[in-house]
Design a protein around this ligand. Structure first.
Ligand SMILES: *Cc1c(COP(=O)(O)O)cnc(C)c1O
Length: 377
């Protein structure tokens, strides 16, 4: 038995994506910058891939920059903007950003920049008034995660983007969790910079995108020629093509997948909340594949081990912090105590999950939680 319920950490690559990658690893291996026919073949496919992602997000083709993943895209967005605007020394982030943004923000503080960390309410929505009040002439950028990877809260990026636009600062959003699950249009949603990646949408690891609106200035992290001079290094054509194949399929199946995943999610939430002394973290109206439930008095670490033995892959908090015993900063930001945060289970679904798996999982979680509570008495 193998039940994979950790799709916020990474997803199973689609067969179609792997097949596509094989073509580029085995035969269409040209360097897109080469002028011979092998190079041109790779270049044309790369540009077609770029156009597909642009069409999906409402961007222009030349606004899509390929990177090595969401961590790099987030870093390129934030550092890139700061370096292009050397007189401005203040940025704004939320308290529930992904660690790749929060740890960069902390490093920037050590380097002398000012960072404002916006609070969230008990469901995880950012404090809009605090955002507005903290923008001043020294502020250059706000980076606010679209859908949170732990509690599935989806921010109103259109409104946040509008505020940033009016106050003349740059708006970056990390949409790694929401891409292919929530429809995004970079123009409608007032987005200047947007991060998304491949391995959260059934593509390969090690590839992502930074959307950069025309006219927004950033400085590159790696210097050279490729990607409009903004991300040097020979394009990882096999990964890029696998990524785009996965994105295409996700959008073709959008309505069907979302509807099924929503159904499984709500069944799981309903069943988990039938366990005594449990509660849902994050809002009811949340990312279609995210479940985060706490069980009073149950240590999530022990629960995860028991689930693992039963063939269920789950998570407590975010994957990046799961090797540490520190309680999740996201759960603390929505008001949980350390103890409460350490009794939280995150399950994240994909189109590959089935009704049967959900029923089995509910049964096992219930048994394990009861067993762990009994052991404590
Ligand atoms: C997974 C994830 C990242 C990191 O993505 P990589 O491509 O592994 O670098 C960043 N932000 C969010 C919201 C994520 O879920």
């Amino acid at each position: 038995m193998e039940i994979y319920l950790d799709n916020a950490a990474t997803t199973k690559p689609l067969k179609e994506a792997v097949e596509t990658m094989k073509v580029y690893l085995e035969s269409k291996y040209g360097n897109p910058s080469s002028l011979h026919f092998k190079g041109k073949e790779a270049f044309n496919d790369l540009e077609e891939a770029r156009k597909k992602l642009a069409d999906i997000t409402g961007a222009k083709t030349n606004e899509i920059i390929f990177t090595s993943g969401a961590t790099e895209s987030n870093t390129l967005a934030i550092l890139g903007v700061l370096r292009a605007n050397p007189t401005k020394k203040h940025i704004i982030v939320s308290k529930i950003e992904h660690s790749s943004v929060l740890n960069l923000a902390k490093q920037l503080e050590r380097e002398g920049y000012k960072v404002t960390y916006i609070d969230v309410d008990k469901e995880g929505y950012i404090n809009i008034n605090q955002l507005k009040k903290n923008i001043d002439e020294n502020t250059v950028l706000a980076s606010i995660i679209h859908a949170n990877n732990e509690i599935g809260v989806i921010q109103n990026i259109k409104e946040i983007g509008w505020i940033c636009k009016n106050k003349k600062i740059i708006f970056h959003t990390d949409a790694s969790q929401s891409f292919t699950k929530v429809k995004i249009d970079v123009v409608r949603d007032n987005i200047d910079l947007m991060t998304f990646n491949s391995h959260k949408i059934h593509g390969p690891k090690g590839v992502g995108v930074l959307y950069k609106k025309e006219g927004i200035k950033i400085r590159p992290l790696f210097l050279g020629e490729q990607e409009y001079g903004l991300r040097a290094g020979t394009e990882n054509i096999a990964n890029i093509m696998g990524f785009v194949r996965a994105a295409e399929i996700a959008f073709k199946e959008f309505d069907k997948n979302i509807k099924n995943i929503f159904g499984l999610r709500d069944k799981l939430i309903k069943g988990l909340l039938e366990i005594k002394d449990s509660w849902l973290n994050g809002p009811t109206d949340r990312l279609c594949n995210n479940i985060n439930v706490s069980f009073k008095g149950v240590e999530a670490d022990s629960l995860l081990l028991m689930l693992d033995e039963k063939g269920i892959c789950a998570s407590a908090g975010s994957a990046c912090s799961s090797r540490k015993i520190e309680p999740s900063y996201v759960l603390k930001a929505i008001g949980l105590t350390s103890k409460e945060a350490n009794s939280s289970l995150r399950l994240s679904l994909s189109k590959f999950n089935t009704e049967k798996e959900i029923e089995y999982t509910l049964k096992i979680v219930k048994e394990c939680a009861e067993e762990l509570r009994k052991r404590k008495i």
